[in-house]
Design a protein around this ligand. Sequence first.
Ligand code: HEM
Length: 54
Amino acid sequence: MKADEAYIRESILNSTAKVVKDYNPIMPPYQGQLKDDEVTALVEYVKSLGSAGN
Ligand code: HEM
């Protein structure tokens, strides 16, 4: 699936909302633990990693 900004943000804040196939929902949700600019920085970082066929 294409990891757009909204998807990455949701995957960090509410990590159990959509769990990647064949993975267990062990990632903790970061809602309430990170400031908005910290979440934005993480989203930018994850985007910079790219992915196959990107
Ligand atoms: C600030 C720290 C973290 C960030 C930014 C982060 C980010 C992400 C993102 C963006 C995804 C979605 C990947 C995709 O759909 O291709 C993901 C999935 C996942 N993360 Fe994290 N993660 C963090 C911490 C953790 C921790 C501490 C654990 C385990 C103890 C963890 C375990 C997982 C697992 C197992 C998945 C795949 C299953 C799922 O979709 O939930 N992550 N993470």
